[in-house]
Design a protein around this ligand. Structure first.
Ligand SMILES: [Zn+2]
Length: 662
């Protein structure tokens, strides 16, 4: 009888299990990818709660360990902890960005404080810190990778307030929790404002630059410019002014608690650049060169326009000059850049350079019908990882383009990585199918994001905390920007840039025009990027006391104007992002870090100069690049790796040369 009961019990358990939360089960799916169709909104919250609970128990086991602290029983054990939390976070946070719903947003609001609190608890735990410090204080005998993992973990404690007294710790934790929810709110407001922008203007945020370059109706351009540049600043329920000020003040207070003068000082202290002054001194010469160039550019534009160039005229007349000077009009190039063909080019470049293979993986489920799954393998057939391509714009996706992991690389566990973009969606009506045709900028974006993906895919690290793209912010953009260089290499274009109607390969003459035009309009392009980088620095270089003076939206406008004037930005250009829609710095980890793009670009351009010198398809150079950087993740100091590859320090003037500013 008893036996029967158990058997009966087992059946009941199995049935209820199969209806239960997929996050609590092993995923019996190809390559352990997420079974998206089985995951329902109601599964997230219990999985997060259980994930946090399990992580706490795993951390407690590390603390309670009776043996003396070693790398293995402390740092490596910490690295392995939180597997369930990583599993649910991997799915949830990707979908919350790329396929969000009001329900997902509500969950996000609920889980963010829980996760932040759990993290705070870990990094303020003195008993755990004591063990980590014991390992950190005597790293002899550890591998370089183990030393770097230990150092990173040790710094995480210091940077999260483990050294504070009880009162300081309490305040630090309160601020962290508050900041997490404010950032979420900033992002959600911006999503609503982006959708409102589309309602009001008929174009999406990602189509903005394209539109401004091509719309002949000046009044319409002015309307679109004003709507675009006032996002988050419309005194409505999605206004971000108050949120921005609260975030800045709390960040400054938190940095001060840790003994830093400003948030920028705190942020820079574990980056390649090291301190705010180094960044400021790096940016200003780029700004000066960009503005000198912009003034030249505007002279040409002025001649065509016959009137004063306003900010809403810049791109439009720039396109006119481009058509005149370079005879390049993007309507000529777009037919060669159908999104699917471009993807083929992105893959072909990676396959050719690194000798890997990329093929469709229809057996892998995707989370949205417009996404697709791919498998990357080594020549011997071993798995490199699984890639999701999610290229097309939709209302549930936030603006911009990004790479993210669903699963990190760690030992034998191979990564699962996504590239999300906001390219124009192909028409839905199959009888009148409009293909997705990309701009030159879109094409660069596709190569850029796959550069990040390769950094994640080719990683060969033992610990996930330092694998793949888990490197300093101002180093991580090196590999994405480096990969952009392959987009317009003639041999690669010959493979992918085929006219979607005739199949004809892009003519050499058009390729030459594209290459010439890449250096075009750099006063504007580099100027607006540099201006946003400086604006970011100036906001975060202020002390908590200085920020107290800021109270109203007008104070924010006045500060922006003052900073732009001081950096020498011309009136015809505004920063790439203004404060109330600067998602990178208020909701995406680039705070006091937007300069990273330019900083990494120096490394990317300098590395590319070596590729050019050795021959772009030189197998030895590619092998050295792969082994020195792409396989190493954060297992060595960036500058050490750089010098290993290049044999010298990076040369900052390479950036200005590459952009045609010098
Ligand atoms: Zn990037």
């Amino acid at each position: 009888m008893k036996k029967l009961l158990i058997a009966f019990g087992a059946v009941v358990l199995m049935i209820s299990c199969s209806q239960k939360n997929p996050f609590f089960q092993e995923w019996d799916t190809p390559y352990g990818t997420a079974p998206f169709s089985q995951i329902k909104t109601e599964h997230y919250l219990p999985a997060f709660k259980e994930g946090i609970k399990q992580e706490k128990a795993e951390i407690k086991a590390i603390i309670d360990c009776k043996e003396a602290p070693t790398f293995e029983n402390t740092v490596a054990a910490y690295d392995r902890a939180g597997a369930l939390l990583a599993k649910v976070s991997g799915v949830f946070f990707n979908l919350a960005e790329s396929d969000s719903t009001p329900e997902m947003q509500a969950i996000e609001e609920e889980v963010m404080p829980m996760i932040t609190e759990a993290e705070n608890e870990i990094f303020m735990n003195e008993d755990l810190f004591k063990r980590v410090k014991a390992v950190y204080d005597n790293m002899d005998g550890l591998t370089r990778e183990q030393q770097m993992a230990t150092k990173k973990l040790y710094q995480s404690f210091e940077r999260n307030g483990v050294g504070l007294d009880a009162e300081g710790k309490k305040r630090f934790a309160e601020i962290s929790t508050k900041l997490a929810s404010l950032s979420q709110k900033f992002g959600q407001n911006l999503l609503a404002e982006n959708n409102a922008f589309k309602e009001a203007t008929g174009i999406t945020v990602s189509e903005y630059y394209d539109f401004m370059g091509s719309c002949p109706d000046r009044a319409k351009r002015e309307q679109v410019f004003k709507a675009y540049s006032s996002r988050g600043n419309n005194a409505n329920e999605n206004d971000n002014n108050g949120i921005v000020l609260e975030i800045l003040k709390l960040r400054a207070e938190q940095a001060q608690l840790l003994g830093y003068k400003s948030f920028a000082d705190y942020q820079l202290s574990n980056k390649m650049a090291g301190d705010p002054a180094t960044v400021d001194n790096f940016l200003q010469p780029i700004m000066d060169a960009s503005m000198a160039k912009a003034k030249e550019e505007m002279k040409d534009m002025q001649k065509i326009a016959g009137h004063k160039i306003e900010p809403w005229d810049y791109s439009y007349y720039a396109e006119k000059v481009r058509a005149q000077k370079y005879a390049l009009d993007e309507s000529q190039t777009k037919p060669y850049f159908q999104a699917d063909s471009v993807l083929k080019g992105v893959f072909y470049a990676a396959e050719t350079i690194y000798g890997i293979k990329i093929e469709p993986a229809p057996e892998v489920e995707v989370y949205n019908p417009s996404a697709s799954a791919w498998k990357l393998t080594e020549p011997d057939g071993s798995l490199i990882g699984i890639f999701y391509k999610d290229y097309y714009v939709r209302p549930t996706k936030r603006g911009g383009a990004w790479m993210n992991n669903f699963r990190d690389q760690e030992g034998d566990i191979r990564p699962i990585i996504v590239n999300v973009c906001n390219f124009p969606a192909p028409g839905e009506d199959p009888t009148d199918a409009q293909p997705s045709l990309l701009t030159i900028d879109n094409v660069q974006t596709a190569f850029h994001e796959f550069g990040h993906a390769l950094h994640g895919f080719l990683s060969k690290c033992n610990y996930k905390s330092i694998s793949g793209t888990s490197v300093a912010r101002d180093f991580v953009e090196t590999f994405s920007q480096f990969n952009e260089n392959f987009a317009f290499v003639p041999e690669i274009l010959a493979v992918y840039a085929n006219n979607y109607q005739t199949g004809e390969t892009i003519p050499a003459e058009l390729v030459a025009k594209i290459q010439n035009a890449l250096k075009f309009n750099q006063g504007f392009t580099c100027g607006e990027l540099c201006a946003a980088s400086i604006l970011d620095m100036k906001w975060h270089e202020m002390t908590a006391q200085e920020l107290e003076a800021f109270k109203t939206p007008q104070d924010i406008r006045d500060f922006e104007a003052k900073v732009c004037k001081e950096m020498g930005l011309v009136d015809e250009i505004i920063p790439r992002y203004r404060t109330t829609y600067f998602n990178h710095i208020f909701n995406s980890g680039y705070s006091a870090g937007y300069y990273s793009y330019l900083w990494s670009e120096v490394l990317a351009v300098d590395a590319w100069e070596k590729f050019k010198a050795d021959g772009v398809f030189n197998k030895e150079t590619a092998k050295s690049f792969r082994e020195t950087f792409l396989e190493k993740g954060g297992s060595e100091e960036p500058m050490t790796l750089y010098k290993q590859f290049r044999g010298a320090d990076p040369d900052p003037s390479a950036l200005m040369r590459a952009r045609g500013l010098k």
